[in-house]
Ligand binder design. Structure first.
Ligand code: NAP
Length: 263
């Protein structure tokens, strides 16, 4: 794809692997200068080097903990110092722990709120001044199909991601007059470490091999398989780019057809 975004600047959170990495790599392939961030220093620096080598674009590595407000501020400062402005933001973080209602105390709810919802608020707040100065911007939040069809054992995720989805819609209306678009992607089952570990949890709970759990999950996906991070990343990069210039306020599933509701 040639999306016409060469030399723009993108900040992609939680991007040393998985969904964030998928989007960061597609953006880098388009010639976007990408500022990636994750908690594990060695991994994020290694991935930045690999991406820069593969794509020939500038990739800035940052140690980022999405749950820590100071870390988000530092990420923005590093990006502004290296690239001078921000055109695109991908809001992403690790998922809150799995479990059902009786498993969680107030402290668990508070931690999930900080990790999932407040990280979105803080990341968006951080980039808005630069986007406003540029007179354009594009923000993509990543939530989950669970905001449409809650997943029983992912209660914290269901609730907090619904908040992020609502935030994206509300902000899209508020920011549209400033030429800043906000969209939200709902992954179904994209083949990442996170999904693999959730499948393993399930397999252990049921006492069956993980392959059996995966095969059963795939039966429920109309396209018959998990998605790849390339498939997720391509669509994310498209939505962030000017090729999607008339699309804002949308929550779109990348799920192989799994969600069974019309809207
Ligand atoms: N894959 C799916 O199909 C799917 C479906 C629905 C929802 N989701 C959600 O989408 C998000 C990404 O999932 P994924 O599948 O890409 O997971 P993943 O493959 O495990 O990758 C997670 C990435 O996020 C980073 N990360 C984790 N916690 C972080 C934090 N607090 N601050 C900054 N970076 C952090 C990780 O690096 P470090 O550990 O080094 O920080 C890693 O780079 C998760 O919230 C997940 O629950 C995924």
């Amino acid at each position: 794809m040639e999306l016409g975004i060469r030399d723009r600047v993108a900040m992609v959170a939680a991007s040393s692997k998985g969904l964030g990495f998928g989007i960061a790599r597609e953006l880098a392939r388009e010639g976007v200068r990408v500022s990636i961030g994750s908690r594990t220093e060695s991994e994020v620096f290694e991935v930045a080097d690999l991406l820069a080598e593969e794509t020939g674009t500038e990739v800035l590595a940052n140690v980022l903990d999405a749950a820590d407000p100071d870390s988000i501020t530092q990420w923005l400062d590093n990006t502004m110092a290296a690239f001078g402005n921000v055109d695109m933001l991908v809001v992403n973080a690790g998922g809150p722990p799995a479990g059902k209602f009786d498993d969680f105390a107030d402290s668990d709810w508070q931690a999930a709120f900080e990790l999932t919802l407040m990280s979105a608020v803080r990341m968006i707040r951080a980039v808005l001044p630069s986007m406003r100065e540029n007179g354009r911007g594009s923000i993509l939040t990543i939530t989950s199909c669970s905001v449409k069809e809650p997943i029983d054992f992912l209660l914290l995720s269901n609730v907090m991601r619904s908040g992020v989805t609502s935030l994206a819609k509300s902000l899209s209306r508020q920011l549209a007059p400033e030429n800043i678009r906000v969209n939200n992607l709902m992954p179904g089952r994209i083949d990442t470490d996170r999904v693999e570990s959730l499948d393993s949890l399930h397999a252990d709970a049921k006492g069956v091999p993980v392959e059996e759990v995966r095969a059963a999950n795939e039966l429920g996906i109309p396209l018959g398989r998990y998605g790849t991070i390339e498939e997720f990343g391509r669509f994310g990069a498209f939505l962030l780019s000017d090729a999607a210039s008339y699309i804002t306020g949308q929550t779109i599933a990348v799920d192989g057809g799994s969600v069974s509701t019309v809207w």
